[in-house]
Design a protein around this ligand. Structure first.
Ligand code: GLU
Length: 528
């Protein structure tokens, strides 16, 4: 289906047409205009907005129960939507630690479970000063939608500890992580079949290996699946190759899917492909640096990097591999000798693609009007407020939404989880056999042809060669990750077409995800 800007204008009224009875709850009414909405209200708003559009189809779907009265169907849909619209469980814990310097401190931590329609639940643990109940709730909702969006069979959860990790020694961080783990374990909040954390803002493989070790040495000492309590672990401790770069790889792949689609590019007035395009990346942590790396490798010029302490700008393109090396060494991008620092706000600088890869609400009512990018790929969770979302859609910007765009991390987490519960790494048992099978298949064809008097030698074409040589864990994970992103992108594109949503990919992704959650809850009999 060809989309054009004139079509976008003519289709705008459709956005409000297909509404049924589901209403946006009272407390979310002002969110669409709010300058600084509560994070959880923001995600709830996006959910209810999509739910309104699809409610009619959900009720129609219940036509499979001929004996059900219309009010019963409406009621059933309303109950399910209300379940999805609320948090099932949220825990706040406070515990003391003795720091390295002998001082005591009370630490506050959280874990939120969204819905239990699929177990285990899944979601990261962040260490940051802005972590609170509202934030972990919001992020747990987003995890439910994210996992459903990419068909990864987990429910949504999120946790965090309100600390600035930069101000603690490694020993103190280990103490905090172990104690936080114990507190969650005591309350059955985490476990390989309950809720499986992963790294997030301010945490990494290091914290995950402390968490796994704490479980193995205490509550999980007899659990053969103990390593599956957490993902994002170091490779030598049950982790999987490709997990660390997976979120960035997924952000790249999500963008790539739209960037190579002629219709979508026509809609925003761009040519297809990465070449001759410019990008700005906000955040240069795990997600931002890996995104920048893959974008740079594709031939797109990364002209700006915005970090908290400094921004770099170079119209000719920043040397991303050198910058990654520099940051690994210095722990900051400040002082990078190959590019100039700038005080300009790079979020509103001219570029083709903007990658917000740090934190939430950075695109809001105050700056959305000034954004010049044509595509925004959300590497972070919740970077765009509903008010900004509206402004940017009207400006014809294509936003590739967080629940799809940054789902590469949890997808690779799923592979790690499978590796842990299967106790075997991908490719270990079958790679050699599969490779041999392809070679022998070609040999058999060659021999058969020779018997028939012909002397042709069968050779694998490029695609078959690629498949034959996809043997190692890293290659298999990368292949599977790209496949997951591809199929989800197609699902979202089709949903956008079906509901005539034009450039509103966020609503399309929510609808695409909510359908699956709805079906799971509906078919389980609603008795959880
Ligand atoms: N923290 C990541 C996210 O927000 C990964 C979660 C996971 O792997 O469980 O998607």
């Amino acid at each position: 289906m060809l989309r054009t800007i004139s079509m976008l204008k003519s289709l705008k009224p459709c956005l409000n047409l297909c509404r049924f009875a589901h209403v946006i709850p009272e407390h979310l009414k002002g969110i669409a205009e709010s300058k600084n909405p509560e994070f959880s209200a923001m995600i709830q708003y996006y959910f209810h907005n999509a739910a309104q559009i699809m409610e009619k189809d959900m009720i129609e779907y219940l036509g499979k129960y001929p004996q059900m009265k219309p009010e019963e169907k409406e009621n059933r849909v309303a109950v399910i939507l209300n379940m999805i619209g609320n948090t099932s469980c949220c825990l706040e814990i406070n515990f003391p630690i003795t720091k390295n310097d002998g001082k005591y401190e009370i630490i506050t931590g959280y874990r939120a479970h969204h819905t239990y329609h699929r177990l285990p639940l899944k979601g990261g643990i962040r260490y940051a000063m802005d972590v609170d109940l509202d934030e972990v709730k919001a992020l747990s909702y987003l995890m439910t939608f994210k996992t459903a969006c990419v068909n990864v069979p987990f429910g949504g959860a999120k946790g965090g500890v309100r600390i600035d990790p930069k101000t603690y020694s490694a020993r103190d961080l280990q103490r905090i992580t172990r104690r936080y783990t114990t507190e969650l374990l005591k309350r059955h909040m985490i476990g390989p079949g309950i809720d499986v954390p992963a790294p997030d803002y301010g945490t990494s493989a290091r914290e995950m290996s402390w968490l796994a070790d704490q479980y193995q040495k205490t509550f999980g000492y007899m659990d053969i699946n103990a390593l599956a309590i957490v993902t994002g672990k170091p490779i030598h401790n049950g982790g999987i190759r490709g997990r660390e770069a997976a979120t960035g790889k997924g952000v790249w792949k999500a963008t790539d899917m739209f960037l190579n689609d002629e219709d979508w590019m026509k809609l925003v007035g761009l040519k297809t492909g990465w070449k001759n395009k410019t990008a700005i990346v906000q955040g240069f942590g795990n997600v931002g640096s890996n995104t920048a790396k893959f974008v740079h490798e594709s031939g797109c010029k990364v002209i700006g990097i915005k970090e908290m302490d400094c921004s770099l700008f170079d119209q000719k393109g920043i040397d991303i591999p050198a910058l990654i090396e520099y940051k690994n060494l210095k722990n900051t991008i400040k002082g990078f000798p190959k590019s100039k620092e700038t005080t300009n706000d790079l979020l509103i600088e001219k570029c083709d693609i903007l990658f917000p890869c740090a934190t939430h609400k950075i695109l809001n009512a105050d700056n959305a009007n000034k954004v010049q990018a044509k595509i925004i790929s959300e590497g972070a969770n919740g970077p765009t407020t509903p008010a900004a979302d509206k402004i940017l859609k009207e400006k014809n910007v294509l936003m590739i939404p967080d629940l799809f765009c940054n789902a590469g991390g949890v997808t690779a987490s799923y592979f790690e989880y499978l590796k842990n519960i299967n106790h075997v790494s991908f490719g270990k048992l079958s790679s050699k056999r599969d490779q041999r099978m392809i070679d022998e298949l070609l040999n058999s064809i060659t021999e058969s042809l020779q018997e028939g008097g012909k002397c042709l030698k069968m050779r694998p074409n490029e695609a078959l060669q690629e498949l034959r040589d996809c043997n190692t864990e890293a290659e298999i994970v990368d292949y599977a990750l790209q496949f997951v992103m591809e199929t989800s992108a197609i699902g979202i594109m089709e949903t956008a077409n079906k509901y005539e949503l034009c450039n509103d990919l966020r609503t399309a992704a929510y609808i695409w995800a909510i359908w699956k959650i709805f079906m799971t809850i509906e078919s389980s009999g609603l008795s959880m």
